[in-house]
Write a protein that binds this ligand. Structure first.
Ligand code: G3P
Length: 224
């Protein structure tokens, strides 16, 4: 694979079209498009598919969440070391659909780093992006909640939130990469997000719910 950090991460969420055989189809398409384009694409499947997908494909795999715990008696929690052992490269933290307190974000980032997982901390506004950057994650992913799943691209509907989040994050820690997410579904959206200073994009429905995910993936990388 050409580089260590993906430019595109596909979150499978808990969509019907995102688990089991569907998850394999999307991961296989992501791997193929990564190889043919040289643009690294990561995937964030559900926990049940994380181990098989990590072992079948070369692309980076992300958990959708890890808990701020250490190994022990924590029934029903997600242990970062177990995520790593299942083959994941990294994890999302604080997704809009899995919101945490700031203290828990800090604990989850620490747990993920302890387990040598890349960290992608999701945020909903500029000040949260700056706060997230203080934990020195690998990525901050800015996603305005009102645009998530809307089909309306953050890159055109709210370009300022991308630009200002990039500035806020880089002012705190220039080494933290910024992903933009919400409503991204085309190569033009990706291009615009990169022009606004983002290092890449995080998306879900545009690929997961597409009839032909590979075609959407090819379009997504076409203008990078
Ligand atoms: O994690 C990605 C996400 O929340 C954006 O969702 O469906 O708008 O691409 P979507």
């Amino acid at each position: 694979m050409p580089d260590e950090f993906p430019k595109i991460i596909i979150n499978f969420k808990t969509y019907t079209e995102g688990y089991g055989g569907y998850a394999h189809n999307i991961a296989g398409a992501a791997e193929e498009v990564s190889e043919e384009s040289g643009v690294l694409i990561g995937v964030a499947p559900g926990y049940m598919d994380m181990h098989p997908i990590s072992h079948h494909y070369e692309i980076p795999v992300y958990a959708q969440h890890v808990d701020a715990i250490t190994a022990g008696a924590h029934t029903g929690h997600i242990l970062a070391e177990a995520v790593r052992s299942a083959g994941a490269t990294g994890t999302l933290i604080n997704h809009s659909e899995r919101r945490l307190t700031l203290a828990d974000v800090s604990g989850s980032v620490a747990a993920a780093k302890r387990a040598h997982l890349q960290t992608v901390v999701c945020t909903n506004d500029i000040s949260t992006s700056a706060a997230a950057a203080t934990f020195a994650p690998d990525f901050v992913a800015i996603e305005p909640p009102e645009l998530i799943g809307s089909g309306i691209s953050v890159a055109t509907a709210d370009p300022a939130i991308i630009e200002n989040s990039v500035n806020a994050v880089k002012n705190v820690n220039k080494d933290v990469r910024v992903l933009a997410g919400a409503g991204i579904s085309t190569g033009d959206c990706v291009k615009r997000a990169l022009e606004l200073g983002a290092d890449g994009v995080l998306l879900a429905s545009g690929v997961v719910k597409a009839k032909f995910p590979k075609e959407v993936l090819r379009d997504l990388v076409s203008k990078i």
